[in-house]
Ligand binder design. Sequence first.
Ligand code: ZN
Length: 53
Amino acid sequence: MLYASKKNRKNSGDLGELEVVKLISCPNCGRDLMLLPKNYPLYDVQCSAYTKN
Ligand SMILES: [Zn+2]
């Protein structure tokens, strides 16, 4: 199973991001986190306080 660990790790990472935004809040202000687009250069998730809708 070790040979497949790289692919599995990527897949679980994508799922992990979704779980993160659902399960945890911003450690700084307690607001919800939001998932950023895949082409966003630096981060996968961001505090929703940075977005004004
Ligand atoms: Zn925040």
